[in-house]
Design a protein. Sequence first.
Length: 340
Amino acid sequence: MSDAGGTCEYVLDPTEPGTWGGAEGDRCFVDDRQLDGGVWRCPREVTSGERLCPLHRPVDRKDDRAAVDALRRELSGDGSTKHQWFGARFGDLDLSGMAIQARTVDLSHARVRGDLSLDDTTLDVGYLSLSGALVTGESTWEDAIVSGYTVLAGTSVGGPARFDRATFEAPVDLTAATFGDGVSFAEARFDGECTFNSAIVGGEAAFSRTTFQDARFNGVKFEDVTFDGATFGGDIEFEGTRFGGNTTFADATVSGLATFTASAFFSDADFTSITVGDDARFPRAKFTRSLLLDDARFGSTLNLNRVEIDGDLSVERMQFDGELQCFSTKVAGETSIESL
């Protein structure tokens, strides 16, 4: 005998932020093409006496472990499935160690009251999204491998986020993501374009020995951040970016163009031994402390036009093959140019 009681009554309406955990003025990240009549309705069955399926029922009104187990079973199907769980609710969401094959895995606007784990998970998917998702605790993706386009735009993580040694084989979009207690991508690999535009990172951001292709960090708000030993196979953009704490690009390698137009550095900026294959552009950048370019190598022009440095400028043993442009550059402290 079936205990089915009909279809889940959860409806996501982009014009009603309360249906997807948003507030007035927030953006809904569910694409119009995924809507029917302007809304998305959960197609899952419910048990008798329930209005909502286990994935949409509030955490305190369900067996959360059983709901996660059901989700894991769904994700264990064949690779032709398109999984959508917009607005799903979980306590802890542990998908670690799984081998997932699917056309789509979409958890946009999911709410995780505890921790999210995808450690050691292989996602052989065409499209993965946690856009607009809220994770109150930790979010860990250590050693995860994702084959498809990954969208974490608007994701908010309250606890530490760790993506160490993760591999993303297609483009990744982290536009407007928020990390409240630091994020680490140490030794991670991005094989496609990576976009962090307008992200906010509280605490330390670590990109040590991370491998990128083209990467965009325009308008990001960092505190302490390190890109030491990072490798960029294409161009990098940090236009209008705020570096609130200690910043290091020491020993980083950029194959293409490096742009830091109108960025602001509120502590020492260490570019010691960086290698840039094309132009390095810092026009209108502001350094409230020192700028260190010792042993840096630039394959083309170094543009420091209209740069303001309140501390010292050190360019000892710096090498460049193009021009050094310093129009209206201001240095309040000492300038060290030994062997330039």
